[in-house]
Design a protein. Structure first.
Length: 140
């Protein structure tokens, strides 16, 4: 596995690791990028039929640059997965780059089943998601 130093224009990558899997006989391309730092996250992109590797890399680069520029703590496609654990533990809030259908669905389902409200509001380039703490109703 070669390990390369990369630099240049923002965002600056401290380390770039490139791996290939020659055992895969199917055509196609996929890229997975793991960022490190204050808010580490993973981005992935799988090429559709007819996509070039360059188009795949451009699309993934656009996602990563957008996330880093927004200064969000949680990537958009991870936000829906954090709602339930946050609700059942301590409650709280987080910043994400934007909303997704999955996030909106998760919020609606949580509100329907619990009667508690998850609040969202725009804050610059980010979306602030405020998740309440679970309150057990006493039906004695």
């Amino acid at each position: 596995m070669p390990c390369l130093k990369a630099g240049g224009s923002a965002p600056k990558f401290d380390e770039l690791e490139i791996t290939e899997n020659p055992d895969i006989e199917e055509p196609g391309a996929a890229v997975i990028v793991r960022t490190t730092g204050r808010n580490p996250t993973v981005f992935s992109e799988i090429a559709q039929y007819g996509d070039t590797s360059e188009a795949l890399a451009r699309s993934l680069g656009k996602q990563i640059r957008g996330f880093l520029a927004a200064s969000a703590s949680i990537e958009t496609h991870l936000a829906d997965q954090i709602i339930l654990p946050l609700f059942f533990t301590a409650g709280g809030s987080f910043l994400t780059k934007g909303s997704s259908e999955h996030l909106e669905s998760c919020i609606k389902v949580l509100e329907l089943f619990t009667g508690q409200k998850v609040k969202t509001e725009k804050d610059g380039k980010c979306l602030v998601v405020n998740v309440p703490k679970f309150k057990r109703e006493n039906h004695d």
